[in-house]
Design a protein around this ligand. Structure first.
Ligand code: FAD
Length: 449
């Protein structure tokens, strides 16, 4: 009989594993359970769907029919409530399948759960309070803005989702305040690079409050009215987005006598296998290795979930692929500003025991004398002894992710400065300058040694 692979969770990781698995192993029975309406949805475009810059199709790219036509059995509105790992059975609550369902192999891609702060007056049921970690949340937020027409928006949390949503609310015409309890945004980044971000808050008249915490939520008849800060300041709010981070969604594992590696963490090997032979876990629900430090880290990013889904699917199809870890690479944007980081910041590198230093260079995508030519400030962190790059951060009004990817390749393959110098890079006045950030960093670093 054909092997049955059950996948739980139809987000980024789950759908990638289903699609790749069916492609390379058409003989296998691939069954996917998703508790919500949608599969193959993407979290990354949701701020731009809410701001009405992207249509819904950018968030949900493929319908159930698409996967059915590829021979994948997808059950939406089917929640897996518990797993019996001994009997290799999942317990499903749904219309078409309601009860136990056996698997030969199990792939878990359950995603993450937004953290909720312990704030006086907070109730999940208060109208106007949202979090954003799922397409369902994005639909609710957009509908609320469309139909309830709020005027004042507050965001708790100045991470990348917080600032992308500050832009989104601004573009919807909302009077927006972002509150971050730390003294700075992105504390792990070099603060001198962040100046353009702070300036953008000022230029757009967005209220950025740093170093203060929300201590109370005020509502009336179940409707949000205002928030109170620890400084005593009260801010009117018709809509509040809580965006203070994510934790792995491990609730069904807790109900299923799964043995956690440590403190409720799911660790997997490089093939994404848990300690149980036929059980794999991927995406925002697992901790993974930091490529540079070897430490277990929580890196809830879509590209990692997709790659991990592919690794599992290929291996279940007879392959021998590994997911080697993450470097903390990410990109985000705030209006015309783009920011991206890979590897370690200087502080992180020193903390990890490297003899590290950093240099600052400017990146451009065309000769700076062109009218409106953009630029990005760049910090490159390097290992003084081994002469390799450990990290880079870029912020500016050019597409920085492409440059950051070059740094990521250098880090992943431990290319030293001379090897990076040897690369034949492209140059033309409208595309680049001769001294791209890698070469510019090379020159600076060499002049210091
Ligand atoms: C606003 C926003 C912006 C983002 N921007 C970026 C970005 O720019 N770049 C980037 O790399 N990443 C970004 N991300 C992160 C990215 O979306 C996630 O890392 C990615 O979706 C994780 O994939 P996953 O498969 O682990 O989990 P998810 O995509 O969250 O999927 C988990 C699925 O499991 C389902 N599920 C949960 N429990 C059960 C159950 N018991 N039974 C059945 N189904 C269940 C859920 O309904 C969900 O559909 C962003 C996320 C958000 C919210």
């Amino acid at each position: 009989m054909a092997e049955t692979v059950v996948i739980v969770g139809g987000g980024a990781g789950g759908m990638t594993s289903a699609a790749v698995l069916k492609k390379y192993s058409p003989e296998k029975r691939v069954v996917l359970f998703e508790k919500s309406e949608y599969v193959s949805w993407a979290g990354c475009p949701t701020p731009y769907y809410i701001s009405q810059e992207l249509p819904f199709e950018a968030v949900v790219r493929h319908g159930l029919e698409d996967f059915a036509s590829r021979g994948i059995e997808v059950y939406n509105h089917h929640e897996v409530e518990r797993i019996d790992f001994k009997e290799k059975t999942v317990f499903v609550k749904g219309e078409k399948i309601n009860g136990s369902f056996d698997y030969d192999k199990l792939i878990l891609s359950l995603g993450g759960i937004p953290l909720i702060p312990d704030i006086r007056g907070y109730l999940n049921s208060i109208e106007g309070i949202f979090r954003l970690s799922h397409v369902d949340d994005a639909i609710k937020i957009k509908d609320f803005i469309d139909y309830k027409k709020p005027k004042n928006a507050c965001i708790i949390g100045g991470g990348f989702i917080g600032i992308e949503m500050a832009e989104s609310f601004y573009l919807r015409g909302l009077n927006t305040t972002l509150i971050e309890k730390l003294e700075t945004l992105f504390p792990k980044m070099d603060q001198s690079l962040l100046k353009p971000i702070y300036k953008e808050f000022e230029d757009k008249n967005l209220n950025l409050i740093l170093g203060k915490s929300v201590v109370q939520i005020n509502s009336h008849d179940g409707v949000l009215k205002s928030i109170l800060l620890d400084s005593g300041e009260e801010i009117e709010a018709d809509i509040l987005l809580i965006s203070i981070g994510l934790r792995p969604n491990i609730e069904i594992l807790e109900k299923s006598s799964f043995k956690f590696s440590e403190k409720g963490r799911v660790y997997v090997d490089k093939k994404m296998k848990t300690y149980l032979d036929d059980v794999y876990a991927i995406g925002d629900m697992v901790f993974t290795d930091n490529f540079l430090t070897g430490k277990k880290v929580y890196a809830p990013f879509g590209d990692a979930a997709d790659k991990q889904g592919l690794v599992v699917a290929k291996n279940l199809s007879g392959g021998n692929k590994e997911f080697k870890g993450v470097m903390g690479t990410f990109a985000s944007s705030f209006f015309d500003l783009k920011m991206a980081k890979t590897g370690l910041s200087l502080g992180e590198a020193v903390e990890a025991g490297y003899n590290a230093k950093s240099v600052y260079v400017t990146a451009v995508t065309e000769v700076p004398l062109f009218k409106n030519a953009g630029r990005a400030n760049t910090e490159v962190v390097y290992d003084v002894d081994k002469e390799v790059i450990l990290g880079a951060t870029m912020i500016g009004n050019i597409p920085v992710a492409q440059f950051i990817d070059q740094f990521s390749i250098a880090i992943a393959h431990k290319l030293n400065f001379e090897q990076l110098f040897d690369v034949d890079y492209a140059y033309s006045p409208r595309n680049s300058i001769v001294w791209n950030p890698i070469l510019a960093a090379y020159r600076k670093i060499m002049s210091q040694t």
